[in-house]
Design a protein. Structure first.
Length: 287
């Protein structure tokens, strides 16, 4: 728990002059990954998660891109990013920003929805908007997150706070409609995406991807980026990092993980891992 003097110092200087991260998993929410961080210069490469990415900025400003739009977000803003949504993030001001994030599994959010509604939910939970302003819920989220991180309250109160925040988020901003397959997705791009997913740990050439799409190499690259907001190579790297997260959670060492995911070496994986998570593989594994 932070001392009063540290809290006062943080209030006087909203974002620490040094980048700081704290990562942990909360067993009360099915080992949900949790992060509190201050970033001044760190820039997240475009990436996605298998889980939801939910969070709020406490102080400062971040610039984030998602679905082809770029927005500045600050205190009062919420991140409600669905699984698989490609996004990035950079400091939006010289002093950087401090934020809190959680990464709940789809099944966890589904259970909460069923608890709140009292009926079975057979759809895919999702949020209609990914970056929005809701100061009331953002404050409640930051308080619940802080209680999870620092303690100072009863276990029941801490768990209840986050549970209620998640229920409120979905009630206000969630979609309860089963998300049907995206029929607007070009079949050629689906074939490229599936090919990369099946060979993410191998060396892939443009010719193979172009052949899968039935397009020229240049046309394939342009079409893939237009539809997914990420290049084929960046998508492959993101797939490798997502698999690396799974292996590290299961106890694999960083060196074992780098080899299994197709990285040239552990140092290469570490650079790419931190660019997408803000953490080193070792910190993520120990969290």
């Amino acid at each position: 728990m932070h001392s009063v003097s540290q809290q006062e110092a943080a209030e006087a200087n909203p974002v620490s002059r040094q980048e700081q991260t704290r990562f942990w998993r909360d067993a009360r929410f099915r080992d949900m990954e949790c992060l509190s961080a201050s970033f001044i210069t760190h820039e997240f490469s475009p990436h996605s998660h298998d889980t939801f990415s939910i969070g709020a900025i406490e102080v400062g400003c971040q610039v984030a891109s998602i679905r082809g739009t770029r927005e500045h977000t600050g205190p009062g803003a919420l991140y409600l990013i669905n699984p698989g949504e490609v996004h990035d993030g950079q400091p939006g001001a010289p002093e950087g920003y401090r934020y809190r994030m959680i990464y709940p599994e789809v099944s966890l959010l589904t259970d909460i929805i069923e608890d709140v509604t009292g009926r079975a939910f057979n759809g895919m939970p999702s949020f209609d908007r990914q970056l929005l302003s809701d100061p009331e819920v953002a404050r409640a989220f930051n308080l619940a997150h802080s209680r999870m991180e620092n303690g100072g309250v009863a276990e029941l109160e801490s768990e209840e706070s986050m549970y209620c925040v998640l229920a409120t988020m979905f009630a206000r901003h969630g979609s309860d409609i089963l998300r049907a397959p995206d029929h607007s997705e070009p079949r050629a791009m689906r074939r490229v995406r599936d090919y990369i997913a099946a060979h993410f740990d191998a060396e892939i050439g443009l010719e193979a991807l172009a052949k899968a799409a039935g397009l020229s190499r240049a046309h394939m690259i342009r079409a893939f980026r237009k539809h997914y907001f990420i290049t084929p190579h960046a998508f492959q790297t993101d797939m490798r990092i997502r698999h690396a997260r799974h292996l590290l959670r299961m106890g694999a060492t960083p060196s074992e993980t780098a080899a299994a995911c197709g990285f040239a070496d552990q140092a290469h994986m570490t650079r790419q891992f931190k660019a997408r998570t803000g953490l080193t593989p070792a910190v993520f594994r120990a969290g």
